[in-house]
Ligand binder design. Structure first.
Ligand SMILES: Cc1ncc(COP(=O)(O)O)c(C=O)c1O
Length: 488
């Protein structure tokens, strides 16, 4: 049905003739932008039938509009709103520019307390010089192989079902492929019933929080910790308790002390390459944390977003692989393994939790992009993922070493850092450097870099940055660090 049909209301008792009422209504809506420039209008016969008027009346309205220059008739094509409106100076519309008069603000109230201002990014050309937060080099994503799998899966008869509505847990093919893969590589004794596919780790954190936390519940995070997770807990009304993170990971003694004092509902842990400080949680602390979880009956979110990228040794087995009691919600993502825009992650948990969280997800998202997820399953199935991980780990290892050497050589005592065992960034603390000024100077010289404010909490200003090395080739690293040095 054409929008115009809804826009005209005739007043048969009015003095104005019907054709003029139609003319004026159409002009009004062209001016407002409801009928956009270049829009094709319905034929006079169709409109006449719809409005219950004689076709000649409709033709008279169209003639009047044409005479005034609001619409034009193009032979064999139809009737259109003109592109240059007669009473508005013609002007080119720039991308993103507002047209029409769509209200800038709601007329009803939005509760400010519900709007937690999450930092948001913007799409950037991967060739722009940037020291990011620790993101993969998306130029290395196995695009061709992915497209090949996608094409095969999308065409094959057996997978046609993934065009349909299905389960919020994700395609069986991916869950059944991922379960043995994670079992073999991460020691997780799971089946597909313990797996739910999400849109990245963030969805896993959000769903878990929404399911477990009610306002006032205590959630423990590290000091410092991943800002987006903290905001997610805060959004659910949690009371945030912070415990120190040292060079062995989150301080488990401090967690125990807190648990003795008050009921703790949830602990958020990033075992590999803690965000932002990049430390790895030691095996001893993992085991102690599991014991505490069993004793004090709290849930653990084990956000292992960076598992695949450990260079010092094999990655350390997740707490979830040793969890006897069902305390751990294990969360993973392909954002670092493939690309952040491939919104695929997973929750691994006891089956009752997976069922509950699937119902919750269904209330805001029926399911993921099933066909894409099936293609990703094929990448695992055919060994492409395994080979890709091996290849980039080698490369990122080299990039980490080169970058660490550069920071040492070029920035000397202006920065201190520990070379991380893995991950995609170095946590650098700056000395006698104003990071806001440095970031602004670097931008002028063509290097994008944050100012560190994301990592500060209201108790601490770290004057530190996560310096992402993985997305930069060695030559790009050279140039980036040179600009950094010049910007201090
Ligand atoms: C610790 C941590 N968890 C989760 C995420 C988000 O991952 P995803 O893109 O899968 O939502 C990030 C992103 O950098 C992260 O650093």
């Amino acid at each position: 049905m054409h929008v115009l049909k809804d826009l005209i209301q005739l007043d048969r008792k009015a003095d104005a003739p019907v054709y003029l009422q139609i003319t004026n209504a159409i002009i009004h809506h062209i001016r407002r932008g409801t009928l956009r420039r270049g829009l094709k209008l319905p034929g006079s016969r169709e409109m006449a039938e719809h409005l219950g008027i004689h076709r000649k009346t409709m033709l008279a309205a169209y003639d009047e509009l044409m005479a005034q220059g609001w619409i034009e008739m193009i032979p064999r094509k139809g009737t259109f709103v003109v592109r240059d409106l007669p009473d508005i100076k013609p002007k080119k519309i720039k991308p993103g520019e507002e047209i029409g008069q769509y209200p800038g603000k709601t007329f009803f109230h939005i509760d400010e307390k519900k709007v937690i201002p999450f930092p948001v990014g913007q799409f950037r050309d991967p060739n722009l010089l940037a020291i990011n937060d620790g993101f993969p080099d998306t130029r290395l994503a196995p695009t061709e192989l992915f497209l090949r799998e996608f094409r095969t899966v999308a065409r094959s008869r057996g997978f046609k079902k993934y065009y349909q509505y299905g389960t919020p847990k994700g395609p069986e093919y991916l869950r059944e492929t991922l379960a043995p893969f994670l079992s073999d590589t991460r020691g997780l004794p799971i089946t597909a019933s313990n797996v739910m596919i999400t849109k990245g780790a963030q969805m896993g954190i959000y769903l878990t929080t929404q399911l477990l936390i009610k306002p006032g519940d205590a959630v423990i995070v590290g000091e410092p910790s991943y800002f987006a997770a903290t905001l997610t807990f805060r959004q659910a009304g949690a009371t945030i308790l912070r415990v120190p993170v040292d060079d062995q990971g989150i301080d488990v003694d401090a967690i125990e002390t807190l648990c003795k004092k008050k009921k703790v509902k949830l602990i958020y842990v990033i075992p590999h390459h803690h965000h932002p400080t990049t430390v790895t949680l030691t095996p001893e602390r993992r085991i102690r944390l599991l014991d505490l979880a069993a004793r004090y009956r709290f849930a653990i979110i084990e956000d292992d977003y960076d598992y695949d990228f450990h260079y010092a040794s094999n990655p350390i087995l997740p707490m979830a692989s040793l969890d006897q009691h069902g305390n751990v919600i294990y969360i993973g993502t392909l954002s670092k393994t493939l690309a952040p825009s491939v919104r695929v992650g997973f929750i691994i948990a006891p089956e009752n939790f997976i069922d509950a969280v699937a119902h919750l997800r269904r209330s805001m998202d029926w399911q993921g992009d099933s066909m894409m997820e099936a293609a990703i399953a094929a990448l695992y199935h055919n060994g492409v993922m395994g080979r890709h991980i091996k290849k980039v780990v080698k490369l990122y290892h080299e990039r980490r070493d080169h970058f660490a050497a550069l920071l040492k050589d070029q920035l000397h005592d202006r920065i201190t850092f520990k070379v991380p065992d893995g991950g995609m960034s170095i946590w650098g603390t700056f000395h006698d450097v104003d990071l806001k000024k440095m970031s602004a100077h670097a931008a002028k010289k063509g290097l994008l870099i944050g100012d560190g404010s994301l990592y500060n909490t209201h108790t601490k200003n770290y004057n530190a940055l996560r310096l992402g090395f993985a997305s930069l080739q060695l030559k790009e690293q050279d140039r980036a660090v040179e600009i950094l040095r010049e910007s201090m």
